[in-house]
Ligand binder design. Structure first.
Ligand code: NAD
Ligand code: DAU
Length: 343
């Protein structure tokens, strides 16, 4: 089993939650976090973790020499590092192409060279979007009405197309260079340590700052929410038991439209249900995501545990309420950037 793993992007939202998960549940594993600490990375996300279990290397996944040096000493790489925000990719796609495509190619080349196990973290957005349930004959439960691993790639934004490109590179390296890799495509995560540019933390910290929450368009767009702890357990399962060359979709049957999510946040935070602004919609805004995770559940026996969305949202609200020092200094700049864009 793996003793020395590299977690790229381990100082970001989902990566740091995975590092906490590994430290807590797998005491014999040492984690090297490789993270550039961009605006989205924060070493405070790893605060309190013991130095004999976790080491942070501040560096770029595009740095071939550094990656070569680290990979040859590891027995697995779990690759989270990415530019991850759709809205940013619509303003400036270039860093997405560099980190998500070029960076992934540097990592998989090194892993193939040293025969190191690679797990690629990707997104459900590579499949594009789905019609709303009401517009489907099976109301979202019929064949082909959720994302499945063999569906055609059809990404919409520079972010999702850069992730799709990276998935295809991984598949090519498996076939042509014998890379021992798996891929997972997960739906929208929520939980602690998520950057306040993203939907749920943006609205929670808006309310905590006395700013009205902002809903894109009418709020009919559906996302399939999963608690980040469930994403972590699924990734560990795939890393340790997944079949090389396979793609697994990770989801917890958490479909909700944005208006419903916002109204629940408002209710849990003691606000009137209409205390928000409707703002300019995102160009090319994907309508609905929905994951069919039966392959992961049936073949590897994985089950999500944090499936009570209201409870998970309440604990996320509590986390942002109790960690103002973690986000407050960034709030003005994040909102100014959105305001400039009419959002
Ligand atoms: P995030 O933006 O919170 O964190 C990304 C991390 O990567 C940061 O710590 C950043 O410093 C680091 N990073 C960026 N560029 C780097 C580079 N060139 N070299 C080294 N480190 C670099 O992202 P997240 O939301 O935690 O997403 C992590 C991964 O999960 C991404 O690959 C994303 O595509 C995928 N994903 C995210 C979600 C979601 O809901 N957030 C869902 C499915 C998949
Ligand atoms: O599906 C997985 C993807 O989920 C990941 O690959 C991405 O990295 C992650 O950022 C997320 O993408 P989304 O674009 O779905 O997430 P975001 O938090 O930006 O927006 C969620 C929904 O909320 C989306 O429909 C847009 C809407 N939204 C977003 C913001 C920031 C609003 O209505 N208001 C907002 O202020």
């Amino acid at each position: 089993m793996f003793k020395n793993i590299i977690v790229t992007g381990g100082a970001g939202f989902i990566g740091s939650n995975f590092v906490h998960y590994v430290v807590k549940n797998h005491p014999d594993v040492f984690v090297t976090v490789l993270d550039k600490l961009t605006y989205a990375g924060n070493k405070e996300n790893l605060a309190g973790l013991p130095s004999d279990r976790v080491k942070l290397v501040v560096g770029d996944i595009c740095d071939k020499e550094l990656v070569d040096e680290l990979v040859q000493k590891a027995d697995a790489v779990v690759h989270y590092a990415a530019e991850s925000h759709n809205d940013n990719s619509l303003l400036n796609p270039e860093p997405f192409i560099q980190t998500n495509i070029v960076g992934t190619s540097v990592l998989i080349s090194a892993c193939a060279k040293y025969d190191v196990r690679f797990h690629h973290i990707s997104t459900d957005e590579v499949y594009g979007d789905l019609p709303l349930r009401d517009d489907l004959p099976g109301h979202g439960e019929g064949p082909g009405e959720k994302f499945t691993p063999d569906m055609r790639y059809n990404p919409s934004s520079p972010y999702s197309s850069s992730k799709a490109s990276s998935d295809l590179l991984v598949r090519a390296w498996v076939r042509s260079f014998g890379l021992r890799a798996t891929i997972s495509n997960c739906s929208n995560n929520y939980g602690p340590y998520q950057h306040i540019e993203k939907f749920i933390p943006r609205q929670i910290t808006n309310i905590l700052s006395g700013i009205r929450p902002k809903l894109y368009g009418t709020g009919k767009n559906v996302r399939d929410w999963i608690h980040t702890n469930d994403h972590s357990s699924a990734v560990w399962k795939i890393l340790t038991e997944g079949k090389i060359g396979e793609t697994y979709l990770i989801g917890a049957d958490g479909e909700k439209n944005n208006k419903e999510v916002l109204e629940l946040i408002l209710k849990l935070m003691g606000q009137p249900s209409d205390a928000y602004d409707q703002v300019r919609d995102r160009p090319g805004h994907d309508l609905r995501y929905a994951i069919d995770s039966s392959k992961l559940r049936n073949e590897l026996g994985w089950e999500p545990r944090y499936t009570n969305f209201e409870e998970g949202l309440q604990s996320t609200i509590d986390w942002y309420t109790n960690h103002r020092d973690w986000w407050e200094a960034q709030k003005t700049a994040v909102e100014a950037k959105y305001a400039k864009n009419g959002q």
